[in-house]
Design a protein around this ligand. Structure first.
Ligand SMILES: [Zn+2]
Length: 408
């Protein structure tokens, strides 16, 4: 296990924060440091066909140990970290034999990781936790996933007696800014299906995510001296406000959970002459997703009738629920479930209230459920990962390879 820990700490210390403002791939040059390191490491542990392309996408092959016809499967994770919180100068700390109490992350700044707030910490009593020093994120999302995949491949290379088919691994940049899958060469990857190792709590297994659209609303007004405005002024801010208040009041992120969708106002700006807003629409159900877009269009049309076409509305689909692509090959979820159960892990299957690279990849022809990587409290200073969960994830990967060969 120490080996896994050392590997994770090495990755975590390398700054790989991505940047949504950048047009390049990877979005930040520093992601190359870890990318190059990983490509070398894959070579060093004995992986074959290690490639790193001009966009820093890494692929490698674990050759089959059997002559049986086994489907080629893959494991994928991302090496960038979220721009939501700084990833520069990550100084991970290792808490051995966690006592189930508060962990002071930073004494000076009084930053405490507490099970009275993060209740799930209690289940890790006695385990080894990797935490931050309170000034950065940890980057377990998704360096834990990378650690697990590399460690599982290393284990399989050292145990050729375990029968498995050809396995492909893929590491991507820029997942956190929604672009991890964009330049992923599904054909070159050449797997029938894959798993992203990018979930949170041990046991998580996900194959349902939101359907997603982004919305831009822009309103043009007419500014006139308020004393002489009767019949002349068009107040863009007021019109925008009217539009937003026409949307269902309780269908927002703060009032919904599970499979309930929402409209989420993410920004608003305005004066009399011009007002604009951005919004996202989310729903697991594709019919309801369409209905939501339709409702917004209808409200806009009605207000445009009332206000002489002052409103411009742009709705762009962002990603879709992978469930549609996974259900026809549901056995790939079953295999992951079986792998977990055989290792004494209770599978937690629930819909993701967000998207993953796997959802995009599924629509690109590579069905791709998501498996736990073990970390918690992603994208912030309270992020932590239990070493035991990483170890279990390694075992799950190994088991999936084994089961896939057994079932072939
Ligand atoms: Zn992630």
């Amino acid at each position: 296990m120490e080996h896994i820990l050392e590997r994770f700490l090495t990755y975590a210390r390398m700054d790989t924060e991505s940047d949504p403002e950048s047009d390049t791939t990877p979005s930040t040059a520093k992601q190359w440091d870890l990318a190059n390191y990983l490509a070398e490491e894959l070579e060093r542990i004995g992986m074959q066909d290690v490639t790193i392309d001009e966009n820093a996408y890494i692929m490698a092959t674990l050759p089959a140990t059997t002559d049986k016809e086994v489907p080629v499967i893959g494991f994928i994770s991302h090496f960038d970290t979220s721009p939501d919180f700084t990833g520069a100068g990550v100084n991970p700390r290792v808490i051995r034999n966690y006592d189930g109490k508060d962990i002071v992350l930073n004494e000076e700044k009084n930053i405490v990781l507490s099970p009275s707030y993060f209740e799930e910490m209690r289940q890790y009593k006695g385990q080894t936790l990797v935490v931050t020093d309170g000034t950065t994120l940890l980057g377990a999302d998704d360096k834990a996933g990378i650690t697990e995949i590399v460690s599982a491949m290393e284990y399989l290379l050292q145990h050729p007696e375990i029968e498995h088919g050809k396995v492909r691994v893929g590491f991507t940049p820029d997942e956190e800014i929604g672009r991890g899958a964009h330049k992923f060469d599904v054909k070159a990857f050449g797997a029938e299906w894959a798993y992203t190792m990018d979930g949170s709590t041990i046991g998580e297994l996900e194959y349902e995510n939101f359907n997603a659209a982004g919305v831009k609303i822009s309103v043009k007004g007419k500014s006139v001296h308020p004393g002489y405005a009767k019949g002349k002024m068009v107040n863009a801010s007021r019109i925008l406000n009217e539009l937003i208040s026409c949307l269902p009041e309780y269908e927002t992120p703060e009032f919904t959970s599970g499979r309930e969708g929402f409209y989420h106002l993410t920004s608003i700006n305005g004066d009399i002459e011009h007002a604009s807003a951005q919004m996202i629409i989310r729903d697991h159900d594709s019919t309801l997703f369409k209905k939501r877009k339709k409702l917004l269009r209808r409200i806009t049309a009605e207000l445009n009738h009332k206000y002489n076409n002052a409103i411009e509305l742009e709705i762009k689909d962002q990603y879709y629920n992978m469930r549609e692509k996974i259900e026809p090959v549901y056995h790939i979820v079953e295999t992951a479930k079986e792998a977990m159960e055989s290792l004494g892990i209770t599978p937690i299957i629930k819909p993701i209230r967000g998207g993953t690279d796997g959802s995009q990849l599924s629509y690109m022809g590579l069905p791709c459920p998501n498996i736990f990587a073990g970390g918690h409290n992603f994208h912030g200073k309270y992020e932590y990962v239990p070493l035991e969960s990483m170890q279990k994830a390694v075992e799950v990967i190994v088991k999936i390879c084994e089961l896939t060969a057994k079932k072939a």
